[in-house]
Design a binder for this molecule. Structure first.
Ligand code: FAD
Length: 640
């Protein structure tokens, strides 16, 4: 258990327990899948080819590695995993996503927690002075903290997840994509040309290719797309250092604007000693590249010392240093539906992450948004490949993520303008600070809201649970699991397994007995031939293999009888026909307002919250609106 305490309020961040042994007892580490499929024998023919082992590629690979029936290959032109450098800011929303993969606890243990941020600007004598110190993440924004951890460690956790999963997926390093074309092959219509470490060419036929190959993406180039927007002009120096200083806020995230030496962003790092410095350098000239400037660690250390004066800043070791220019740019489309040539019927080639949008490091979004892209895409690919969903589902990826990329570019542009505004403008520092505070929800990654679409309902019944915004991520809250009285976060049961969740919040006085609405809903889901469970779940699969139904009651957990609960909420599963006891929850009354109050769930009528496999709320319905529920899923699912 980790305690995240802000301003006297304590948030419990409980990592949900794992479920295993459904298919029989296996000794050893339960995180290592006991059923591993044979390693890929025919690497020349795959369901999904992922290009690039950055955060976008690894998030997708880790997600697809959960499905033993999907053949995935991931290639990377570098010789091995990232070891140092690049991004380090991990938004609360990303940590929530890591919990779905099962490694959030490792990240929060190892990382620096950004709990407060301080702002420094010149005082009337021109000497830097602290102007404010604020809470970084507002209360109840997320049960997860905002943390800082090396991008390389995030990669490590994804790689471990892939390796331990049922397909034992590992990347092919020193393997570069050199060509890509669509063919008339009806089953494997994308032909990728690769070059391996020996320089030998090879081809791969794939059903889908996803270019997670960074800002200079070959996949994007093959589609004939360009990143559009402002070309990179602003040069940034970035360094991870071990230093001795008397600057008092060195272990806080700080935005510092000096009178005439420039601006710096200090990001304390994991381990208690290292700090990252983002130092704003001059604008680049026309056609000039960051490498042309020959920026060195000494130059950056000198600049940092000048900005931090009169404080001492004595660099003892430079762990990593780089200079880079980033333009705020975005691609018109994130799939091949708009590519030149014959218009394909369904998207087969996608781009994600820096391949389709780039932005400055100030808002700390690069890694987070890249992971969010492929978290959005992965379950859609899986659903189509497994024959559960119509291919039209894939069109929602570009639609949803491109809109978010445009929002991010607009946000980043404004933030960059305010951060860099000249010191001659006395209002500039104040404006930056105000903007930073106002948009903390945005940088935490929890403001993402997808518009109504094939997979996001309208807002007809939003008032039944106003705190679960339709189109936003499912905002977790504390609950007690009925069967074993375990306190946990409800959101932590939403794992990356491609399943839809139907979370039924019971009306007051409903205790699960046959006269109540929850029992009525269960009868319908289990027995009605038109219910989504009956229509879309294969007859030989576990009843909850496509839809995971959970119920949350309003009563104290000691007042409810598990034996009286509908059998449907205690499904029989797995090879041995064991009972799943973990579907029923009650409010955690020791945690302040209970989940009904926290999320504004209508206590009188209850609500059915429909949650997508990527944890976003797809719809909210009255508990008995069965036709509406059927209509929603019939838009994109394929009956068995
Ligand atoms: P990337 O992380 O760029 O991953 C793309 C991967 O694809 C790379 O591993 C690349 O080798 C591989 N690849 C490319 N072409 C091919 C090919 N043809 N075949 C096979 N593999 C290929 N963000 C910050 O917030 N702060 C920072 O300080 C910061 N520093 C950065 C420094 C550098 C040098 C870089 C490149 C990026 C930095 N970023 C920083 C940005 C941040 O790292 C990215 O936003 C994030 O990594 C994007 O993830 P991605 O998966 O989309 O792409």
């Amino acid at each position: 258990m980790v305690i995240n305490s802000f301003q006297g309020r304590t948030h419990r961040l409980l990592i949900v327990s794992m479920q295993y042994h459904f298919d029989g007892f296996h000794p050893g580490d339960p995180e290592v899948s006991s059923v591993q499929t044979d390693p890929l024998t025919d690497k020349g023919q795959v369901d999904v080819l992922i290009v690039g082992c950055g955060p976008a590629g690894l998030t997708l690979a880790a997600q697809l590695s959960k499905f033993p029936d999907i053949c995935t290959r991931i290639v990377e032109r570098k010789s091995g995993p990232l070891e140092i450098g690049q991004a380090d800011g991990v938004a609360c929303r990303s940590v929530e996503m890591f919990e779905a993969f099962g490694f959030a606890h490792k990240v929060v243990r190892e990382a620096y927690w950004v709990n407060e941020t301080s702002f420094w600007k010149p005082d009337p004598d021109g000497v830097i002075a602290r102007s404010d110190r604020i809470q970084d993440v507002e209360d109840d924004l997320s049960e997860m903290p905002h943390v800082i951890l090396s991008q390389a460690r995030i990669h490590d956790f994804f790689l471990e997840t892939m390796r331990n999963g049922p397909t034992g997926l590992v990347p092919d390093y020193q393997c570069e994509l050199v060509g890509l074309e669509r063919t008339s092959d009806p089953e494997f219509p994308v032909l990728a040309s690769l070059r391996g470490s020996d320089g030998e060419p090879a081809t791969v036929r794939a059903k889908f290719v996803v270019g997670c190959d960074g800002a200079r993406s070959s996949v994007r180039n093959a589609l004939g797309y360009e990143l559009k927007g402002e070309a990179a002009r602003q040069l940034w120096g970035v360094m991870d250092v071990l230093a001795v200083t008397d600057f008092p806020d060195i272990r806080l995230k700080c935005a510092i604007q000096s009178k005439d030496q420039g601006s710096i962003l200090i990001i304390p790092r994991e381990g208690g000693t290292m700090v990252r410095l983002y130092i704003e350098l001059d604008e680049l000239k026309e056609r000039e590249r960051a490498a042309d400037r020959g920026v060195t660690a000494d130059m950056l250390a000198e600049k940092a010392s000048a900005i931090l004066k009169p404080f001492r800043f004595d660099v003892r070791q430079v762990a990593w240093c780089s200079a880079y220019e980033i333009g705020q740019r975005v691609c018109d489309s994130f799939d091949d539906l708009d590519a030149e040539g014959e218009r394909p019927d369904i998207p087969r080639i996608f781009i994600a992450g820096d391949a389709c949008h780039t932005h400055s490091p100030k808002a700390g979004q690069g890694m987070n948004v890249s992971m969010a892209d492929t978290f959005n895409l992965g379950w859609k690919l899986a659903a189509v490949l497994r024959g559960q969903a119509k291919p039209e589902l894939l069109g929602t990826y570009s639609l949803e993520r491109r809109a978010k990329a445009h929002e991010l570019i607009a946000f980043d542009r404004e933030m960059a303008r305010l951060f860099s505004s000249k010191r001659s403008d006395p209002k500039a520092a104040k404006q930056f600070q105000h903007y930073f505070q106002k948009h903390a929800r945005y940088t935490a990654g929890v403001e993402t809201c997808y518009d109504a679409s094939l997979i996001v309902g309208d807002e007809d019944h939003q008032q039944l649970a106003i705190g679960f915004g339709i189109g936003t991520r499912f905002h977790s809250g504390p609950v007690i699991r009925l069967a074993d009285a375990k306190p946990l976060q409800l959101g932590h049961v939403l794992k990356v397994d491609g399943r839809w969740r139907l979370i039924a919040f019971a009306p007051s006085r409903d205790t699960g007995l046959p006269v109540g609405q929850i029992a009525h809903l269960c009868d319908y889901l289990r027995g009605d031939p038109n219910s989504p469970i009956a229509r879309y779940t294969p007859s030989d699969a576990d009843a909850d293999s496509v839809f995971d139904v959970r119920a949350v009651f309003q009563s104290h957990h000691q007042e409810l009888a598990i034996e009286a609960m509908p059998e449907f909420l205690k499904p029989i599963k797995g090879r041995l026909g064991l009972i799943d006891y973990e579907k029923i929850f009650c409010p955690d009354l020791k945690q302040g307002p209970d989940i009904f109050d926290l999320r504004g769930v209508d206590r009188k009528s209850g609500a059915l919250v429909v949650v997508r496999p990527d944890q976003f709320v797809a719809d909210i319905l009255p508990l008995n609106h069965f036709e509406h529920l059927e209509g929603f899923f019939s838009r994109f699912m394929i009956p068995v």
